[in-house]
Design a protein around this ligand. Structure first.
Ligand SMILES: C[S@@+](CC[C@H](N)C(=O)[O-])C[C@H]1O[C@@H](n2cnc3c(N)ncnc32)[C@H](O)[C@@H]1O
Length: 434
């Protein structure tokens, strides 16, 4: 079968049509003519399997990653950077129009200066492949493990450390996790900030080899090793127990004149440089006010960057370690008017006594929950800045918030180059009552 690809799908598939029904074809790009076989037929769409490209898009390139065909991590490796930015703009525009009815201006995407080697952290599952320990990933929506010998979106030293760790694990005959014996290595998490590296080994009930730990501690830039014991099947990557095996407890990171600390469980944006630009962008949007709240505040980086914009700043976050970091970060930077509460964002906002002038929300991919939206529409802060990493949930949330708010600006950022993901900042102000 043959079709011309008309547009992008949200997961970077090309969308063509067969008898007026959309066909999603992974690997095909807009404007290409492709031949495909039908993989799955649903009532409203079909899934096609790309066979050959009969007319190639000028945006297609040879993938710079040797593992792109096996790894699902970066859906746009075969698209040049101009094409990637066009894809993100189109997806955002299409999604905001479809779900939020917004057809206004979208600013040009703020590009990533380092389109490779930008990721400051990785979380990689571990498996035994041909008797050797391998770090890799699971293919999307499947249990298929793919070992990744080299990843080019990781920061260079992060990636070097990852490869050396894999080799050390094999030297010491470390085993991948076994659910029967509840022992072995499950996941390896590595984070790098300012040329310092934190290693977190998620394992069963293992006592780790002292010589192996010594060798890891001697790797260049490694400043701490943690072990997290996890024997359950919960979605949380870490177990309840987190032991510091070597080095310093927190990682440090500087943004302008702020010093920020991070514990292993605390979230920080994956692309440090773009996060910094995004925080500055949000800072410029916020009008000076009395009370500013940031919901989903992580270690408080954005709240602290926004400190000068309000007489009182309150951050809300439900991970205890992140809140501890955030409050210590506020103290350490002598920002007495900034504080953080550990609570579900919607509940904490509901229970807040203060009149909120400006609200910044930076939720996870699932977007705002029902309580959060209900509370926002009830409390009606004058200004809202919505930072989103998922256009679909952003658009659905905006649809509801537009009962009271008007969208003033939409600014996409490319935080995750080579992938289909797009970060957006939407400024909203209360509609004038006529
Ligand atoms: C996208 S991150 C944003 C973090 C922060 N704004 C930053 O720039 O580093 C989302 C944060 O929301 C937190 N979170 C997720 N669901 C939450 C909830 N229901 N209530 C409070 N915090 C939540 C996560 O732990 C994570 O730190």
């Amino acid at each position: 079968m043959k079709t011309t690809i008309k547009k992008w799908g949200i997961n970077a598939e090309g969308i063509g049509y067969l008898h007026h029904k959309p066909v999603f074809i992974k690997g095909a790009l807009p404007d290409e003519v492709v031949s495909f076989t039908l993989e799955k037929e649903m009532p409203r769409y079909s899934i096609g399997h790309l066979q050959s490209i009969l007319k190639e898009s000028p945006r297609r390139r040879k993938s710079p990653c040797a593992y792109a065909d096996q790894c699902d991590g970066c859906a746009l490796m075969h698209v040049d950077y101009k094409g990637q930015c066009l894809m993100k703009m189109q997806i955002l525009k299409q999604t905001l129009a479809k779900y939020a009815g917004y057809r206004g201006k979208i600013n040009p995407i703020i590009k990533n200066e380092s389109v490779l080697g930008y990721r400051n952290s990785c979380k990689m599952p571990v498996k035994q492949v041909d008797g050797k320990i391998r770090l890799g990933m699971y293919k999307a929506e499947s249990n298929t493990f793919v070992s990744i010998p080299r990843c080019i979106v990781h920061q260079k030293s992060l990636e070097q450390t990852r490869q050396m760790l894999e080799s050390i694990f094999n030297t010491y005959s470390m085993q991948a996790y076994d659910f029967q014996t509840e022992s072995g290595l499950r996941t390896v998490v590595i984070k790098e900030f300012e040329e310092k590296i934190q290693v977190i080994l998620v394992t069963g009930q293992d006592t780790l080899d002292a010589e192996m730990l010594k060798e890891i501690s001697q790797l260049e830039q490694v400043v701490s090793i943690w072990q997290s014991i996890k024997t359950d099947n919960s979605v949380d990557i870490y177990g309840k127990e987190m032991r510091l095996l070597y080095g310093q407890k927190t990682m440090e990171l500087h943004l302008d004149d702020l010093v920020l600390q991070l514990l292993p469980r605390s979230f920080f944006q994956l692309n440090t440089r773009q996060a910094y630009r995004l925080y500055h962008y949000v800072k410029d949007l916020i009008q000076p006010c009395d009370v500013l709240v940031e919901a989903y505040s992580g270690i408080g980086a954005m709240s602290l960057m926004l400190a000068k914009k309000a007489k009182k700043v309150i951050g809300i976050e439900y991970i205890e370690d992140a809140v501890q970091n955030a409050n210590e970060n506020a103290q350490r930077n002598h920002l007495k008017h900034v504080s953080f509460v550990c609570e579900d964002a919607g509940k904490a906002l509901r229970d807040m006594k203060e009149t909120i002038d400006a609200l910044v929300v930076d939720p996870p991919r699932a977007g705002l929950d029902a309580l959060m939206k209900e509370v926002i529409l009830k409390k009606q802060p004058n200004q809202i800045v919505y930072v989103s990493c998922n256009p679909s949930t952003l658009a659905k949330d905006l649809k509801q918030l537009q009962e009271v708010y008007q969208i003033k600006s939409v600014q996409p950022f490319d935080m995750f180059s080579q992938t289909q993901h797009v970060e957006s900042v939407v400024l909203m102000a209360k509609k004038e009552v006529k």
